[in-house]
Design a protein around this ligand. Structure first.
Ligand SMILES: [Zn+2]
Length: 500
C-alpha cells in the first residue's frame, strides 16, 4: 500500500436513564410502539423541553473518566434537518460548547487515543419498512444519546476495533450504558481517508495538506452493528479507496453504508457539511452552568478504568498482561478475580506458608481456572459472570484442595463442573462424590499390592530393570483406585512396594 491510512471515529451511545432527555417519558424502547411518547418528544408546538440531570451527569462522568476538559458554561443547540424519524424537524444537540473536550482513552499500556469531544443530544425515532408501507415508533425519539468523537489518529481497522472495545468496557464500568452494538445501544461510524505519505500533517486536531499538496477526501461509513463489521467495513474502504487512487480516480466526500450481506460499503449520500444543519442555540433551554461542587461530586464517582485495572491485576497479583486484560474486560469478573486472590492470600498465610513463596504457583492455578476453565464453561452454556452460581471463596477452596494434592486434576474438573452447574462447597462435593485423593496411605498400598499380584510378569520385569513399564503400572493403579490415586506420587510408591 502506497498510502497513509487516517481513521477517526464517531460513536453514539444510548444512556441508561429512567426517563428521556427532555421529557418524563420512560426511556424504554421494548414497550409497544409509540406508548412512551408525549407532546414534548413528539415535537408538538408550544411544548418546552427540560434537560435530564442524570443524563448530563453521566455525560460529565464519562468526560472526567476520559481526562476531558469540561465546559462549565455550556448550552444545547438545534441541529436542523428533515427526516421522518425526527418529529420536531430538528435535533437538540450541542455544537460549539460540548460538555467535554480534549480527552484521551488508553487502549494499551503504551497507546492512547485522543478524544476531540463528548456531547449530549437526543435520539430519533425508529423507522421500519415493509414492501407496502413504512412504520414509525417514537419510543426512542428524545432518548438521551452521548456522542464521542475521536481525533483522526487511528491507523488501521484493528486499532479502531480495539478502541471501540475499550470504549464499550469503559461505558460498562461507569454504568453509563450496556453499550450492546447488536442492540444499537452503541453505534460506531468511521471516517476513513487515504493520503500520500508526506502530503499531509496532523496539526491542531486537523489533517492539513503540506505546502502545494492536495488532500484526498474522507469517507464516512455508517450502519455498523458489530465490532467485526467495523473492522471489515474499514478494511473494505481502505482497499476501495486505495484501488481508486491507484487508478488516479477522485474520492468523493460521501456517506457510505456497510452492507453485512455483501460485505461492501454502498454510497448513500453526499456528506453534509456543518453549514447544512444551520446550528443555532436552543432558545427553549437556558445556558447551563456546571458549578465546582457538582463537578466534584461527579469526579468522586469515577472508578478505575479497564486499562488501569488490568495494569494493577498484573502488578499486584502477578497475572500475565493478557490474562489481566481478559479479567479486566468486565468489572464483575475483575472483582471476582480480586476476591479469589485475596482468599488465596489469606488461606496460604493460614497454612504457615507465605504468599511471597507460593505466589507464582497460586497465580498460575488461579489464572488457569479463571481464564481457561471458567471461560470454557461460559462459552458452552452461553453464560457470563452474572450467571455464576459459586463464590470466589468456593473457587479458592477448590484451588487449595488441588494445591494440597487432596484431589487430582481430573477430580477437580468434576468438582468444578458441579460447582458451575448447581453451585456448592467443593470440599462437600469431594466427599459426596468420593473423590478424595488416595495419597500414600494404607488403602492405596493395598490397591498397589493387588495390582502387582494380578500382573506378576510385568512386576518382575519392572523389578529386573524394565522401567518403561512404570506407565503401565500407574495406569492400572489409577484405574483400580477409581482415578483417586495421586499420579504425581504414585511412581515412588509403586517402586517402594515392588522393591520391598
Ligand atoms: Zn416524551
Amino acid at each position: 500500500m502506497n498510502y497513509d491510512v487516517i481513521i477517526g471515529l464517531e460513536i453514539h451511545t444510548e444512556v441508561k436513564t429512567a426517563s428521556k432527555m427532555f421529557c418524563s417519558c420512560a426511556n424504554r424502547f421494548d414497550d409497544p410502539a409509540n406508548t412512551n411518547t408525549c407532546p414534548i418528544c413528539l415535537g408538538h408546538p408550544g411544548t418546552l423541553p427540560l434537560p435530564n440531570k442524570s443524563a448530563i451527569e453521566k455525560c460529565l462522568l464519562l468526560g472526567l473518566a476520559l481526562n476531558c476538559q469540561i465546559n462549565q458554561h455550556s448550552k444545547f443547540d438545534r441541529k436542523n434537518y428533515f427526516y421522518p424519524d425526527l418529529p420536531k424537524g430538528y435535533q437538540i444537540s450541542q455544537y460549539d460548547l460540548p460538555f467535554c473536550h480534549h480527552g484521551r482513552l488508553a487502549i494499551s499500556p503504551d497507546r492512547h487515543i485522543d478524544i476531540t469531544r463528548i456531547h449530549l443530544e437526543e435520539d430519533t425515532g425508529k423507522l421500519s419498512h415493509s414492501s407496502s408501507y413504512s412504520a414509525i415508533d417514537f419510543n426512542r425519539a428524545g432518548a438521551p444519546l452521548i456522542e464521542l468523537v475521536t481525533e483522526p489518529v487511528l491507523v488501521n481497522a484493528a486499532e479502531a476495533k480495539h478502541f471501540c472495545q475499550h470504549f464499550q468496557q469503559t461505558l460498562r464500568y461507569l454504568q453509563i450504558s450496556d453499550a450492546d452494538m447488536e442492540k444499537g445501544q452503541m453505534r460506531c461510524e468511521a471516517n476513513v481517508s487515504l493520503q500520500i505519505p508526506g502530503s499531509w500533517l496532523y496539526e491542531d486536531g486537523q489533517i492539513k495538506a503540506t505546502s502545494d499538496q492536495q488532500l484526498n477526501a474522507k469517507v464516512e461509513v455508517k450502519n455498523i452493528n458489530s465490532f467485526k463489521a467495523l473492522e471489515k467495513a474499514i478494511n473494505f474502504e481502505i482497499e476501495r479507496q486505495s484501488k481508486a487512487l491507484d487508478q488516479k480516480q477522485h474520492i468523493s466526500p460521501e456517506t457510505r453504508g456497510w452492507n453485512d450481506q455483501t460485505n461492501t460499503t454502498v454510497s448513500q449520500r453526499v456528506k453534509e457539511t456543518q453549514a447544512d444543519y444551520r446550528y443555532f442555540p436552543e432558545p427553549d433551554i437556558p445556558a447551563l452552568i456546571i458549578d465546582e461542587t457538582w463537578l466534584t461530586e461527579i469526579k468522586n464517582q469515577v472508578v478505575e478504568l479497564p486499562q488501569a485495572k488490568a495494569a494493577r491485576l498484573a502488578s499486584e497479583y502477578g497475572f500475565s498482561r493478557a490474562d489481566a486484560e481478559l479479567l479486566a474486560s468486565d468489572t464483575l469478573l475483575a472483582n471476582f478475580a480480586e476476591e479469589l486472590m485475596s482468599e488465596l492470600y489469606e488461606w496460604i498465610n493460614s497454612t504457615g506458608d507465605t504468599w511471597e513463596r507460593q505466589k507464582n504457583t497460586l497465580v498460575k492455578l488461579a489464572s488457569g481456572w479463571l481464564t481457561t476453565e471458567l471461560f470454557k464453561h461460559f462459552k458452552i452454556n452461553n453464560e457470563s459472570i452474572t450467571d455464576i452460581r459459586f463464590t470466589a471463596e468456593n473457587l479458592a477452596e477448590l484451588i487449595s484442595l488441588l494445591y494440597q494434592d487432596k484431589i487430582n486434576s481430573s477430580a477437580a474438573q468434576i468438582i468444578f463442573n458441579q460447582m458451575y452447574q448447581v453451585g456448592g462447597d467443593p470440599s462437600q462435593i469431594m466427599i459426596d462424590l468420593n473423590l478424595e485423593q488416595l495419597d500414600n496411605d494404607e488403602a492405596l498400598s493395598e490397591i498397589i499390592r493387588s495390582v502387582l499380584a494380578e500382573h506378576p510378569e510385568q512386576s518382575s520385569a519392572f523389578k529386573a530393570g524394565k522401567t518403561t513399564l512404570m506407565n503401565f503400572l500407574v495406569g492400572k493403579v489409577m484405574a483400580a483406585s477409581g482415578g483417586k490415586a495421586n499420579p504425581k506420587t504414585l511412581p515412588d510408591l509403586i517402586t517402594k512396594i515392588i522393591n520391598s
